[in-house]
Design a protein around this ligand. Structure first.
Ligand SMILES: Nc1ncnc2c1ncn2[C@@H]1O[C@H](COP(=O)(O)OP(=O)(O)OP(=O)(O)O)[C@@H](O)[C@H]1O
Length: 300
């Protein structure tokens, strides 16, 4: 059984179609990232799955429950890490994690969770004395302490310093290895590319792509050959290339889906002329390139 099955999901606010017929499936044990520009409908979708918002149409099944009616039995099996959780400021870290542990039937050991999120040094610190990044780690600890089968992570590393981000990525990789299903939202494409088994790109309430990052990259974008025109040569002197050529001054880029052929033509041409192609690179597009293409295409 899949962890999440969504069919034809709809949510409207007045005339705004926040979610407009979204269908997707998240498999058990998968890390699934919802991507999309501000206002695309990510939070609305996730909150409906969490049981925090009512849907206007469509079917939703999460761990076999309808989140709208699943109640406590459902909430005990999921973990939610929100962007801005309001905490009891006077509690210490360990007190708060213990408090949350008490809400679940089979919680994890609070100290183990505190260590896992990298807050061991702050175990007895008051919440009000934590930095922004440390609060986010505490958010994560509170989401994990109930030993959830499915964890919702809303922009889990926003505000983290680079080393804290990498620590969070390792933690999420570790949760995946232990079989936890993770549904996350993020605006960081490198994060999605690193963590997610599959991503879904939402725009204006509709899905514009779903798939493994590598599959989307392979399907949507060509490779890019870049180099500088050798002195004394013009664009017109270049050999025939299969790709699309763009030039800014002497900087040339070729978008090609036949990189070996174009590279061969170009280097053969340069060798024949006895010139060097300085700063020649062949780059595979990143998920960010693909994402920008997808959300921009959808605008036009
Ligand atoms: N409570 C609400 N009342 C009215 N409109 C809302 C409400 N919540 C969201 N919307 C609208 O629904 C659309 C989708 O919003 P949503 O918060 O789901 O987007 P998002 O993809 O999570 O954006 P972000 O990346 O900025 O968090 C937006 O147009 C938003 O203005």
């Amino acid at each position: 059984m899949s962890a999440v099955v969504v069919t034809g999901l709809r949510k409207e606010y007045g005339t705004v179609k926040a979610v407009d017929g979204v269908s997707l499936t998240v498999e058990r044990g998968e890390v699934f990232a919802l991507l999309g520009p501000n206002g695309a409908g990510k939070t609305t979708t996730v909150e409906i799955l969490e049981g925090h918002r009512r849907r206007d149409g469509g079917e939703v099944s999460v761990l076999g429950f309808d989140p709208a009616t699943g109640g406590r039995a459902y909430r005990e099996r999921i973990g939610i890490v929100l962007q801005e959780a309001g905490f009891e400021e006077e509690f210490s870290v360990v007190e708060l994690v213990r408090l949350y542990a008490g809400f679940y039937p089979r919680p994890r050991d609070p100290d183990e969770v505190i260590e896992q999120v990298g807050l061991k040094d702050k175990r007895d610190a008051r919440v009000r004395a934590l930095s922004g990044g440390q609060r986010r780690r505490l958010d994560l600890a509170l989401g994990l302490v109930g030993a959830p089968e499915l964890l919702f992570l809303d922009e889990p590393t926003t505000g983290f310093d680079p080393s804290a981000r990498h620590h969070a990525w390792e933690l999420i990789d570790g949760l995946r290895s232990s079989g936890t299903t993770i549904l996350l939202t993020t605006h960081y494409m490198d994060e999605a590319q690193h963590l997610a088994d599959r991503v879904a790109v939402l725009r204006a309430g509709r899905l514009v792509a779903v798939g493994a990052p590598d599959t989307l990259i392979a399907a949507e974008r060509t490779s890019v050959l870049s180099f500088r025109l050798p002195e004394g040569t013009a664009l017109a002197d270049l050999p025939p290339l299969t790709g699309h050529i763009e030039a800014h001054g002497t900087a040339v880029s070729v978008q090609t889906d036949q990189p070996a052929r174009d590279m061969h033509a170009l280097t053969g041409w340069a060798l024949e002329r006895g010139t060097e192609l300085t700063s020649l690179t062949l780059a595979r597009p990143s998920l960010e390139d693909v994402y920008l293409d997808l959300v921009n295409e959808a605008t036009s």
